[in-house]
Design a protein around this ligand. Structure first.
Ligand code: ZN
Length: 133
């Protein structure tokens, strides 16, 4: 009987994980949408700058390079987010940082009588010979 419950549980876990993944990819898709809007704004700005430069007969508006760099940056951001969605859909297990090793076992203790550092397993203080707890 417990086996059946176990199967139900693991099935529910899979469904929950898939739901989480769907929410995650939806969230990233929305981020991509908002980044695309930003790019559209920058394209409009670029057009405006180009027009102004042309009217003023400037060779190049210094702002243009900055706007182009920003567009390139945002396009790279979209590419990385699309990659993220792809990974989620393939249900890749994101490698987790290895667990921190357990706290080191103390190998030293201090004599209650004289304060000298002794090995944790020593029965008597090496300094004053007092019995170690
Ligand atoms: Zn001691």
């Amino acid at each position: 009987m417990s086996d059946i419950f176990g199967k139900i549980k693991s099935g529910a876990g899979k469904i929950a994980r898939e739901a989480d993944n769907a929410i995650d990819s939806k969230r990233i898709e929305m981020q991509i949408g908002s980044i695309k809007n930003q790019i559209d704004d920058l394209y409009r700005k670029l057009g405006q700058l180009t027009y102004d430069s042309s009217v003023k007969k400037e060779l190049e508006n210094p702002e243009v390079a900055g706007v182009i760099a920003k567009v390139t940056e945002l396009k790279q951001l979209i590419a990385s987010k699309e990659e993220e969605i792809k990974n989620i859909k393939e249900d890749k297990v994101v490698s987790q940082a290895p667990q921190a090793s357990q706290a080191p076992v103390p190998t030293k203790k201090f004599c209650a009588n004289c304060g000298k550092e002794n090995e944790a397993n020593s029965k008597f203080c090496v300094e004053c010979g007092a019995k170690m707890g």
